[in-house]
Design a binder for this molecule. Structure first.
Ligand code: C2E
Ligand code: MG
Ligand code: MG
Ligand code: MG
Length: 277
């Protein structure tokens, strides 16, 4: 009977909640020593231009914990909640810049894209931290691209603008990641001095129908608002072709390459440059 089923479903629901909570607590605890136990590493996914040449790599964080790969979609929010993203984010920045130094041997103008969490961006030492890393690694600022999400622009616009422009003075570029999924109004984008916009994967996935008009609109905006467009999550030749028709200058996605381990990324860049010679 219906009466019989209901408590059962409740019990199941509670069990799930309990399981999730338990996992969260467990992962949170394990994250405290993930860095010192060397469980964290970066993988690198290329971004290509319209000629198919690699122009940059995006650094993506990986956590190997007890024979499992935990997704950043799961652990980044935990790091944000505990505030530990500030320390880890700083480690990511340094690690990515060290990789950039290596990549530049033979590819002097290649860029490195680093994801920056909102919490990290708002930290009072953020600007100094970035400056320090590029100085220590002796990297030209324009080769470092910081990926932020639209959410950072929801806060005090003066302060956000100030931070962005302080780093832009050192040459550092800013990209808006996952564009189109956040809450920012077009006027916010208009007032921001942003260098790149990465159109979210969801629009690329649906480019064969309603995603196309969004892609075209962002492309039109880019001309008057002076930013460059990157399409993320390109998986098929059809998508690549349609984006090319729209005039999208930069693309990233499994169609070109999955994120790669450090050594594989270095080899991949080496191979790619031989092919083009
Ligand atoms: P994101 O910055 O938007 O990165 C793109 C995500 O999409 C990556 O997932 C990438 O592996 C995946 N991806 C790339 N191409 C394709 C494709 O063609 N198809 C599909 N289905 N997926 C594709 P990943 O590595 O799991 O990272 C997820 C998110 O976690 C990132 O999204 C970013 O927001 C966050 N994240 C990763 N590393 C860091 C980090 O070092 N710091 C911070 N703050 N966030 C990070
Ligand atoms: Mg990103
Ligand atoms: Mg993205
Ligand atoms: Mg994304």
């Amino acid at each position: 009977s219906q009466k019989g089923k209901y408590p059962e479903r409740m019990a199941f629901y509670n069990l799930n909640l309990e399981h999730n909570l338990h996992r969260k607590i467990m992962l949170n605890e394990a994250l405290k020593c993930a860095l010192e136990r060397q469980e964290l590493r970066l993988v690198y996914q290329p971004i290509v231009d319209s000629a198919g040449q690699i122009v940059s790599f995006e650094a993506l964080l990986r956590w190997h914990y007890q024979d499992q790969e935990i997704s950043p979609v799961e652990f980044i929010p935990l790091l944000e909640q505990s505030g530990r993203i500030v320390e880890i984010g700083s480690w990511v920045l340094e690690e990515a810049c060290k990789m950039l130094v290596t990549l530049r041997q033979g590819h002097a103008e290649i860029c490195m894209c680093v994801n920056i969490s909102l919490i990290q961006f708002y930290d009072k030492d953020f600007v100094n931290n970035v400056k320090q890393v590029i100085e220590q690694q002796a990297i030209p600022g324009h080769l470092l691209h910081l990926e932020v999400t639209e959410s950072i622009f929801q806060s005090e616009q003066m302060q956000v603008n100030h931070k962005v422009s302080q780093l832009q003075k050192c040459g550092v570029k800013f990209s808006v990641d996952d564009f189109g999924t956040g809450y920012s109004s077009l006027s916010v984008i208009q007032n921001m001095n942003i260098d790149y916009i990465k159109i979210d994967r969801s629009f690329i996935q649906h480019i064969e129908n309603k995603g196309l008009s969004i892609v075209q609109a962002v492309m039109d905006m880019s001309k008057t608002l002076n930013f460059r467009v990157i399409a993320e999550g390109v998986e098929t030749e059809t998508q690549r072709h349609m984006l090319e028709q729209c005039g999208i200058p930069y693309m990233q996605g499994y169609f070109f390459s999955r994120p790669m381990e450090r050594q594989d990324a270095l080899a991949y860049l080496g191979d790619a440059s031989h092919k083009s010679e």
